[in-house]
Design a protein around this ligand. Structure first.
Ligand SMILES: CC(C)(COP(=O)(O)OP(=O)(O)OC[C@H]1O[C@@H](n2cnc3c(N)ncnc32)[C@H](O)[C@@H]1OP(=O)(O)O)[C@@H](O)C(=O)NCCC(=O)NCCS
Length: 222
């Protein structure tokens, strides 16, 4: 048995039948039981099942939540979390890996073949768009809100409102990266490990360390 076959069998053993039935029935009714578009692992906590989920690829298991592993994760202790009071839209297949956490009261759009690796989190209060084939390494954090408002003393205008995040296609986000409100990342970019992204990263095929372009005209292997 090769590595891929072993991983597939492991994933089957980790399927959370109750979780899978609950999430599909809530969002798609009986249709979702007959054809579960979302396959959830036992290690997923369905904290808030509200809002809406839109799935464009209507095949069994187009969306996987809580599977896979990277060497440094102890899967027993990294539970995935689903908290949806907004709209989560899957444009194709997506893999939200072990320990990945989604908290959405806004509109989260995940492109085709997006891969969110272990223990990464997305917090969406307004709008977060992630392009096709974009990969997040482990322990990344994406949030389009600061949670606390900042105002000038004596002024009522909020200086740090929630702002959309747009991440392009074929972007590779290195481990432990944080992407904050208002960020834009161009297609085919690489974001170095532990970056903090806060601005417009507009040049395609570029390696960025945080907001600074470091290496131009590159292509990374998916
Ligand atoms: C982005 C990355 C792929 C670039 O690798 P590379 O092409 O070999 O680049 P280099 O190591 O030559 O670095 C180029 C420059 O960027 C800097 N740099 C690279 N990564 C950096 C980081 N994470 N933080 C700060 N600076 C960094 C280097 O110091 C160097 O700066 P200099 O030109 O001023 O000397 C690599 O640095 C990285 O972050 N890898 C981690 C990927 C990851 O998270 N993988 C998890 C599995 S998906």
């Amino acid at each position: 048995m090769n590595f891929m076959e072993k991983a597939k069998i492991k994933n089957i053993l980790e399927v959370g039948i109750i979780n899978t039935i609950r999430i599909n029935f809530y969002y798609f009714g009986i249709k979702g039981i007959i054809c579960p578009y979302i396959i959830a692992s036992r290690n997923l906590k369905l904290k808030t099942l509200k809002g809406k989920v839109i799935v464009n690829n209507k095949t069994i298991g187009a969306i996987k939540i809580g599977f896979g592993s990277v060497g440094i994760l102890d899967k027993k202790y990294c539970r995935s979390l689903w908290e949806n009071k907004g709209i989560i839209e899957f444009l194709g297949t997506s893999n939200l890996g072990a320990g990945s956490r989604i908290a959405c009261i806004g509109h989260l759009i995940l492109g085709d073949k997006t891969f969110i690796n272990g223990n990464s989190s997305i917090i969406c209060r307004k709008k977060v768009i992630i392009g096709d084939n974009t990969v997040f390494s482990w322990e990344c954090l994406i949030m389009d809100t600061d949670f606390h408002e900042i105002r000038d003393i004596g002024d009522s205008i909020i200086k740090n409102p929630d702002r959309d995040i747009v991440i392009g296609k074929y972007v590779w986000i290195g481990c432990r990266t944080t992407i904050l409100k208002g960020s834009f990342i161009a297609d085919n970019s690489v974001i170095a490990a532990c970056s903090v992204v806060t601005g417009i990263l507009g040049k395609e095929n570029t390696v960025y360390v945080s907001n600074s372009p470091k290496i131009s005209n590159v292509k990374w292997n998916y």
